[in-house]
Design a protein. Structure first.
Length: 201
């Protein structure tokens, strides 16, 4: 899996483009500027947008190639990006963040629930989670995403894996993706905006 992503991010083109994910951008623009954690951030498109808006950004991915391209992208805009190469289950920090941004973070099914629970730990009480990923109805579509149904999401799985959140938006939607060269065409996604209530995990 790691070799797959390193090879993809070694390509000259930015695999998912340079613009932020639309849902991520829309929701982030509505929030007061603060700190944000971006796991599985890839080549840095969402991180760059947040940095340009004045957010304090911490990003990570397990791909060295992703970090290299993300840092090149940030530097080209005169910005410094705090970006680590680490597996999601090994990421740790004393920081707690105002926002957790998850854009197409499709972890293997064997670790996904644990990974998502771990990530919620780093969100402040009353912090936000912005999420978009492919639904199970994406299987068979050519617009991107895992080819393994267990790595795709249902609404019920979202509710089970993100306990401790109050969902302000939670929807399954058919959209037209236009993100780089690997997210193109009609896609079935699940999006949510969640608030971590006091006492949430």
């Amino acid at each position: 899996m790691k070799d797959f992503w390193n090879n993809r991010y070694d390509e000259e083109a930015y695999a998912y483009g340079l613009s932020p994910n639309i849902f991520f951008k829309e929701q982030l623009d509505l929030l007061s500027i603060g700190s944000i954690l971006l796991p599985a951030e890839g080549e840095g498109r969402n991180a760059l947008y947040a940095l340009n808006r004045g957010w304090e950004v911490t990003a990570f991915d397990f791909s060295e190639s992703a970090m290299r391209k993300a840092k090149i992208l940030a530097k080209s805009h005169g910005l410094h990006l705090d970006y680590q190469v680490v597996d999601v289950l090994n990421f740790d920090t004393d920081k707690r963040f105002d926002v957790l941004g998850l854009s197409y973070t499709h972890f293997p099914s064997s670790m996904r629930a644990k990974a998502n629970k771990n990530l919620l730990h780093f969100v402040k009480p009353n912090g936000k989670v912005i999420f978009e990923a492919f639904s199970k109805e994406q299987l068979g579509k050519t617009s991107g995403g895992p080819k393994n149904e267990e790595m795709l999401f249902s609404i019920e799985e979202i509710k089970n894996e993100f306990k401790g959140l109050e969902f302000q938006i939670l929807e399954k939607k058919t959209i037209q993706l236009n993100e780089g060269i690997y997210h193109i065409g009609e896609a079935s996604v699940i999006r949510f905006l969640g608030n971590k209530y006091n006492g949430g995990l």
